[in-house]
Design a protein around this ligand. Structure first.
Ligand code: ZN
Length: 178
């Protein structure tokens, strides 16, 4: 470091002018090599952490199975909304509902524009894509139905198959599973 005679700022070696005040700095003295003893001490103080870091990390085996078999699922509106509109489902949970920041509803399957009468609850149902596709009503007002059967019990997921029809509020969907 080069100490500025004007302001006392410690400047990096090699600078001609002070970083802080701009005053001309004295010429840099040739850097003195670090005493060997310092290096030795540093080595001797080598911490166990340093050793652990240098050891080769164990590589976990590539995941096989569960993730590989998650299926591709899609909903198509067949009646009641924007007929023909498709929703491609993500792996994992897909919230079905209507977008509403006030209530913290940010559904993956957002039917805000397809449900002008608001028959669909903001948080209506959950579609889960894993080894199978399942549908669960999460306490909707107007209900969730599969193949025109009886209303789903909230909190009890049912498995869906390719070609199933589901009714959410008053909007009809065809289920595609591949
Ligand atoms: Zn200075």
């Amino acid at each position: 470091m080069i100490r500025c005679a004007e302001c006392g700022h410690e400047n990096m070696d090699g600078l001609e002018y002070c970083d802080a005040c701009g005053a001309k700095l004295p010429a840099t003295a040739a850097p003195t090599p670090e005493p060997a003893s310092v290096d030795l001490q540093a080595d001797a103080a080598g911490s166990p952490e340093a050793v652990a870091v240098s050891a080769p990390a164990e590589t976990p085996p590539a995941p096989v199975g569960l993730n590989a078999v998650s299926l591709k699922a899609k909903l198509t509106i067949t009646r009641g909304g924007t007929v023909g509109k498709e929703f491609v489902l993500q792996t994992g949970d897909n919230l079905v509902g209507r977008w509403d920041p006030d209530s913290g509803a940010f559904p993956e399957v957002d039917l805000e524009l397809d449900d002008p009468e608001a028959r669909i609850s903001r948080k209506h149902a959950l579609l889960r894509v894993a080894e199978q596709l399942s549908l669960e009503d999460i306490g909707s007002l107007n209900g969730t139905f599969v193949n025109r059967g009886k209303r789903l019990e909230p909190g009890s997921p049912v498995t869906l198959n390719d070609g199933d029809e589901i009714i959410i509020g008053k909007t009809f969907f065809k289920v595609s599973v591949a």
